[in-house]
Design a protein around this ligand. Structure first.
Ligand code: NAD
Length: 486
């Protein structure tokens, strides 16, 4: 029996300011990862829905939305941020049910969404062009203009944060958006559309079409009416998106996976480092693009770090998202199978499990729970040290000296985030500059979210930048105007 997850109908698409059934009238089931129960139905959008959404977005650009002054756009975004804050508890509950994310972590995401809307609302009228000292008799200047219709394809792990940073920045620059949330989790995307309408965002400026990746997602990325694509998800799908975008010659921002490392030098303040080392591996059950799934530790303090992290792992409480413990379930049966496969590799390969959190016997039997597992003495080339597991599994790798630490940290196909723990300021800067990734944190990890800090990857972690002011440049097109006069 379906259990009401949301106080609203979750099964329509939102196009041109209206809620209606998907064109084919089909729906997809939505599952609660904490117990495997059915939460409800969502629309199974398809190409015809995407077509309507793109048309509605274009009409908005040519109508009320396109006519708004930048400051007015900012005001609408700020209003959306206020509404998100007011509804933060309900948004956290939806995310807990839908993603299996412990309530407190869901609330953090809701506050981050509000903060993105505040930040981008405030920035909407502050992106300026330049005047260029060109030849005599000319005045040359640059204008920052919206791309037009922007596509936003987001994953299930941080729907609110990713919508905030990508749709928030796109709207601030005056684009009209078509959002395709993930089929595994889209309740907060639908709630976001309701909030946008409540805040007075003109019809068509935001359209939300849930559906399967191969259907709605593929139709959106290949649509000739799209002017920019922001994709966040797996490297494999990122390649498909890039190929689709190439056919229409549209720019793409790709936020893909990672195999991020935190590097702990022997002179680090271990008391300060410890919570960051563990949290960055188990937050959202390890289903975080920037999860620190590798912990590289200088040999002199390796045993101490292993033993202190193991102590924390043994104390972790795992349970249903609404119980708000340390770790919830993973998102789906499929993800459970993938993570369990990696744990099989650990066990059959004879790797050293330094600690695993206990799974209480009282866990709902239908839930997708994985025991958070800390693996020590991992060879840097091992699959669990090279591949994105996307589950609560961390690999501890010993190193000798700075050069080896850098070689290991840079030695995967990914390059998203890194952490450096040391009391030596020169070394911190030297290592930060030599790490091949998009963000480096020194003596912290994640900077508490960092809405203002540009974020994105190199190598297979993607390209383009979201978050901060930088996102606004990616979500706008630069036009040069050269005026000839006397
Ligand atoms: P995924 O690539 O399977 O799906 C992401 C989105 O793409 C979903 O909305 C899905 O429906 C859609 N999609 C799937 N196939 C498609 C296709 N053929 N055409 C168009 N769209 C399609 O990824 P996932 O499993 O949902 O998410 C996990 C991945 O996302 C991990 O690799 C993680 O690291 C990455 N991620 C990256 C960031 C970042 O900012 N770098 C943030 C969060 C997650």
């Amino acid at each position: 029996m379906a259990r009401a997850a949301a106080a609203f109908d979750t099964s329509p698409v939102f196009v041109g300011g209206h809620w209606r059934r998907a064109a084919g009238g089909r729906t997809l089931p939505l599952t609660n990862p904490s117990d495997g129960s059915l939460l409800g139905e969502i629309a199974r959008g398809e190409a015809a829905d995407i077509d309507d959404a793109v048309r509605a977005a274009r009409a908005a650009l040519e109508g009320d939305w396109g006519a708004l002054a930048a400051a007015e756009r900012g005001r609408v975004l700020a209003k959306m941020g206020t509404l998100v804050l007011e509804q933060a508890d309900e948004l956290a509950r939806l995310e807990a049910l839908d993603v299996g994310k412990p309530l407190g972590q869901g609330r953090t995401d809701a506050l981050a969404l509000a903060r993105y809307l505040e930040f981008y609302g405030g920035a909407a009228d502050k992106v300026m062009g330049q005047t260029i000292p060109y030849a005599n008799g000319y005045t040359a200047l640059t204008l920052r203009e919206p791309h037009g219709v922007t596509a936003h394809i987001v994953p299930w792990n941080y729907p609110m944060q990713i919508i905030g940073r990508s749709v928030g920045a796109a709207l601030a620059m005056g684009n009209a958006c078509v959002l395709k949330p993930a089929e595994e989790a889209c309740l907060t995307a639908l709630a976001f559309a309701r909030i946008a309408a409540q805040a007075g965002l003109p019809a068509g400026a935001l359209n939300v079409v849930p559906g399967r990746g191969e259907e709605a997602g593929a139709a959106l990325s290949a649509h000739p009416g799209i002017d920019h694509i922001s994709f966040t998800g797996s490297a494999a799908v990122g390649t498909l998106i890039q190929a689709a975008a190439a056919k229409n010659a549209v720019p793409v921002t790709l936020e893909l996976g990672g195999k991020s490392a935190q590097i702990v030098f022997a002179d680090a303040d271990l008391d300060q480092a410890l919570p960051f080392l563990v949290n960055a591996g188990i937050q959202n059950a390890g289903q975080t693009c920037s999860a620190a799934s590798r912990i590289l530790v200088e040999r002199a303090v390796f045993d101490e770090v292993v033993s202190r992290m193991a102590g924390r792992y043994r104390a972790l409480r795992v349970g249903p998202a609404l119980d708000d413990l340390d770790v919830g379930p993973v998102i789906s049966r499929r993800q459970h199978k993938i993570v369990s496969g990696y744990l099989d590799l650990v066990h059959t390969g004879g790797l050293r499990v330094a600690a695993a959190a206990a799974l209480p016997a009282t866990l709902p039997p239908g839930g997708y729970y994985v025991a958070p597992t800390l693996v020590a003495d991992v060879d840097a080339g091992h699959r669990i040290a090279q591949e994105e597991i996307f589950g609560p599994v961390q690999a501890l790798i010993a190193f000798d000296g700075e050069a080896q630490a850098l070689a290991i940290a840079n030695g995967t196909p990914y390059g998203l985030v890194a952490g450096v723990w040391t009391r030596d300021g020169s070394r911190a800067l030297r290592v930060a500059r030599r790490l091949r990734c998009g963000q480096v944190f020194v003596n912290n990890y994640g900077a508490g979210g960092g809405v203002e800090l540009p974020f994105g990857g190199v190598k297979h972690s993607g390209h383009g930048r979201e978050k901060g002011f930088e996102a606004l440049y990616g979500l706008s097109a630069l036009k040069t105007v050269a005026i000839k006069h006397d």
